[in-house]
Design a protein around this ligand. Structure first.
Ligand code: PEP
Ligand code: CO
Length: 446
């Protein structure tokens, strides 16, 4: 029998990748302020997402989880809208061409903390703390900017609240109305081959909508045509922040981490006896776990037992990120053993984090072909195992950046310097994202 869980029971276990805050009293003040603030999301919304993910686990829907690697406190409203727009574009492609309802979950409104491979970064002869995300410190390379500052926990809450407010307005207030599908195609996407394919699809959808309007079905009388469900998620990394936003639901008495609808534990912090697993096992939100190529079968089954002992469908999503070269070998044994253990997990592929490398010009990048190859290997493994390929988890931006190679306009190493803007990992731009959605929808159709 495990000891009882409480929002702070994680403090009895080793918590990796936590910031070293310079002043405990400042941290305590920030934690207290957070505890007094209203929840960002509501328990009922998290339960709705669990239900939708249960449908994904049965093959009745597909999960699109997407957004920035590290969100910035300085994101403009336009940049947030453009990120949402690309996700909506991808979702409509997957729904229309792939033929399944799409559950939309952003890496957004809280994706502010990053685990790093090294706690410090050295440039020339200067060694400073690594950038750990805007929740902790700043990206600039000076002592002042890299100093962890607990005041940022409050700023993160406020940024998450205003981002969420914007997302709720866009997704409920008419921007996401199905009649707007063609207007989502921004200039820099529309001129690409993927954008043209998208325009063609949007025309078909418009015609179908005209037909439905003539039959008496329109967004005026059908809410499903007028708004979309959109959920938030982030890596639950900095546990002081997550604990302070964890609340008891007045309806059920259960605990929810009200910082986002869905939380995941990263590849670097998923130790079975670690603080992150201890914290997450006690909150009722739908959970994700990143599973990299070194994960053993026993660890993965152990994580299923720890995080979903009651085998609730939709509760647990395993986000595999093996790398294009390893997926065919590493994934099938996991599919077999988790199925044998009768765990109803949602299987999702993250084709980004196992395919990152440094290009000749010295930029951290990913190649579109390898991203696609991992997705394809993921579908193939599920097809062979008779399990459900439930979704994709990608890092993208709506901005016209040049961070990942390849795609329909064939970005090459020399292009990377043009607009390489990420604070952490390289992201797909709008064109590459829409292109990817078409490729995934082909795999979905089989
Ligand atoms: C991430 O999703 O940004 C990340 C750090 O992933 P992982 O834990 O899979 O390395
Ligand atoms: Co990343």
């Amino acid at each position: 029998m495990k000891p009882t869980w409480s929002p702070d029971s994680w403090r009895r276990s080793e918590a990796r990748h936590q910031p070293v805050w310079p002043d405990e009293a400042d941290l305590d003040r920030a934690r207290k302020s957070l505890r007094d603030l209203p929840p960002l999301v509501f328990a009922g919304e998290a339960r709705t997402l669990t239900d939708q993910l249960a449908a994904v686990s049965r093959g009745e829907a597909f999960l699109l989880q997407a957004g920035d690697c590290a969100e910035s406190f300085d994101s403009s409203a336009d940049s947030i809208r453009d990120r949402l727009r690309v996700i909506l574009q991808m979702a409509i492609v997957l729904t229309y061409s792939g033929g399944l309802p799409v559950v939309k979950v952003g890496r957004i409104a809280g994706q502010f903390a990053k685990p790093r491979s090294s706690p410090t970064e050295t440039r020339d002869d200067t060694e400073l703390p690594s950038f750990l995300g805007h929740l902790v410190n700043d990206v600039g390379f000076s002592e002042a900017e890299r100093q962890p500052d607990p005041e940022r926990l409050i700023t993160a809450y406020n940024r998450a609240a205003s981002t969420l407010n914007l997302l709720r307005a866009f997704t409920q207030g008419g921007y996401a109305d199905l009649s707007q599908v063609s207007s989502w195609n921004r200039e820099f996407v529309a001129t690409s081959p993927a954008g043209q394919r998208y325009s063609q699809m949007a025309e078909d959808i418009d015609r179908a909508l005209q037909f439905m309007t003539a039959c008496g079905i329109s967004s005026v009388n059908t809410p499903q045509l007028h708004h979309v469900d959109f959920f938030t998620s982030h890596e639950a990394l900095v546990l002081d922040y997550e604990e302070a936003l964890t609340r008891q639901d007045s309806l059920t008495g259960n605990w929810y981490d009200c910082s986002a609808h869905m939380l995941w534990v990263g590849e670097r912090t998923r130790q079975l006896d670690g603080a992150h697993v201890e914290f997450l096992r006690g909150v009722e939100n739908p959970l994700g776990v990143k599973i990299g190529p070194t994960a053993t079968i026993d660890q993965v089954v152990g994580l299923c037992e720890a995080l979903n002992p009651d085998r609730i469908p939709g509760r647990l999503t395993l986000i595999t990120r093996m790398g294009a070269d390893a997926v065919a070998e590493r994934l099938p044994p996991l599919l077999r053993r988790v199925t044998d253990a009768e765990h109803p997990v949602v299987w999702v592929t993250d084709p980004m984090h196992g395919n990152t490398y440094t290009s000749e010009s010295g930029r951290k990048t990913r190649h579109f072909d390898q991203v696609l190859a991992e997705i394809s290997g993921f579908f193939d493994a599920h097809h062979r195992a008779g399990t459900i390929a439930g979704g994709v988890h990608v890092e993208l931006t709506g901005d016209d950046v040049t961070e990942c190679l390849g795609g329909s306009d064939e970005l090459v190493d020399g292009d990377l310097e043009q607009r390489y803007e990420t604070m952490c990992d390289p992201r797909l731009n709008g064109r590459q994202s829409v292109d990817l959605a078409f490729r995934v929808s082909e795999l979905l159709r089989g």
